[in-house]
Structure formats: structure tokens, C-alpha cells
Design a protein around this ligand. Sequence first.
Ligand SMILES: [Fe+2]
Length: 347
Amino acid sequence: MTASGLRKLTAAAKTPLYAFSILTGAKSFIGNPVLGSRRLNEIGLHAARVRMAERLGRYRRNLLAARLDAADRTALLRDGFVVKSDFLPVPEFERLRTEVFGRAWDLREMRQGHTVTRRVFLDAASLRKDNPALGRFITSPEVAALLRFAGATGGQPVTSIQCILANQGVGADDPQCAIHADTFHSTSKAWFFLHDVGPDDGPFFYVPGSNVLTPRRLEWERAQSLAASSHAMRDHAEGSFRISNDDLRALGLPQPLPVTVRANTLVVADTFGFHGRTPSPAATRRVELYATLRRNPFLPWTGLDPLAFPVVKERMGSFLTTLDRFGIAPMPWKPVGQMRIDAPPQI
Ligand SMILES: [Fe+2]
């Protein structure tokens, strides 16, 4: 068999997998001829996935709603994000800060343009013993309930210590600074800030109300899906759509709102809404606890998350870094050694 014949045969063998990915959270329009097909998207494939995910998300949110305050529910449904100032009692916050800054950690780093993102993946089991305030935070039922409702899914959030080192001299623009949605359905992220973040410190921004799937948003999603596979911006082509200020206006949405915060503030957001990171004019270094939750948007239930099995949940950091080491689930953060969380960037 010729090389081109073999390629065709391999592609044909993968077709059922490509087709099956319609029912998963797969979002990239490149590398998948089904999701990226202009013809299928013209007849509404992407729009149907967006609509179906939203409908099932609403159903799952109803199952999760009783676990959080009415005010938080209202903010998340109306605005797409919630800001909880003075989240921890002051002595607990001080203990947590001391634990985060008081020792060296196994750091991993990734560079996006001139911004370096540093992460420490955490194991609840060992934290409970050595860093109890941190252990309490990453197992907090309140934080988990907010993340689940925002992301319209049950399951186990993954929490790490994160340090954002912005404007580190070299590199292109940080792609996180573009106004974007993470994917075609609700997913959630949370940031618990250990410092004040002012307007010049690269604060998170969010377009209030952009979490709501309106007819205009659905039409915009459909329009993007037609040309996404050949879009010049790779993140857009991979299904994390970028949006211009003009398009925001056309969708009847406001301009992005920078979320400046005091230390000890928790922000939780549904990242189907448009958001990003404000560029910082100077080099900044900020430390936060960062949590994320994303599951298949087509599940009709909220349980049965493999990451929530006790053996995994208690050693999440070790589990994820082991999957990375054996190439099963590679992560973009590469180990850079043991250092303090606010050390200078290593990559
Ligand atoms: Fe994002």
C-alpha cells in the first residue's frame, strides 16, 4: 500500500472517533474534520452543540442550586461571575498566606507571550498534615459549590497555587489578554487573591451578562464556526473564540469590566462568558489560588466524576503530574525545580 493510501485508511478508521467527539467537550475546529467541517456547521452542527450544552447545563444547574446562597446564584446567572470580598476570616487568611509563601514548592511554568504562568499542583492528603489552611481551602465545600454552579456541572475542581508573572520583557502579546470565551459551553474558574490587584496589576476582566446564550450569541457562534478552522488566531481555531469590541456591541453586550480586588477576595466565573486578563503596563508578579472545573457538557447527571474518586481526589496533584510524566495527559506546565512561589521566572 502506498503512503497516501495508508493515510486515507488511517483517516477513515478515525472517522467514528471524530464523529463521537460531537458528544464530548471537544472544541477544536482544526484536526477534527467533523467539528471543523464548514458544510456541517452551515447546517448547524456547532450551533446545535452550543444549544444542547446550554439546555443540559440549565438542567444540571437546577440540581446544584440548593448548595449556594441565593445572592451568589443570582450574580452567577445574571452576570456570569461573582466577587466575594473578605472571603476568609482574617486569621485563617493570614495562616494561608504564611503557608503559601513560607516554603519552597515544586514549581511548573508555561510561557504565553511575555507572561509566565507558574503552577503548583496540590495533594489534599499531604496538605492536611503540613499546610492545614491550604488543605481546608482546596477542600472547601463552599468554593466547590460555587465552581459547580458557575460551570453547570458536578464533579471535582482542580486547585493549584498560581503565580502570574506578567510583562516579563520578551515574547509576543499574551493571548489571555484577548477578549475570549474558553469554549462553547459553561466551564468555571476561580481565583482567590493573596494580594490586592489594582487597575495596573493586570486584573481579570469579564463582560457582564455574556454568559447568557441569547439568540444573537447563538447566531454569532454559528457565524464563527463556519470559518473557525482556517482562522489566523490559533486559539480561535481551537474553539476558544476571540471577540472584538465591535462584535460585543453588535451582540448588545457591554464592554469588559476589570475586576480589581483586595487581597482575600474570591472570584468565580463561568468562562463561556467573555473574559480575559488586562495587560499590565509594568512587570507584575501576583499569587493566587486557582481552581478550574470542566466536564463533558452533554452529561445528564452531576455525579460519577473519576476525579472525585477518593484515591484520586486526595492526591490530585500527584495524579495529574504522573499522567503528564507518562505522556497520557501532557500538560503545558513544565517542571522548573523547587523554589518559592514568587521566585523570578525560570523559562
Ligand atoms: Fe480564558
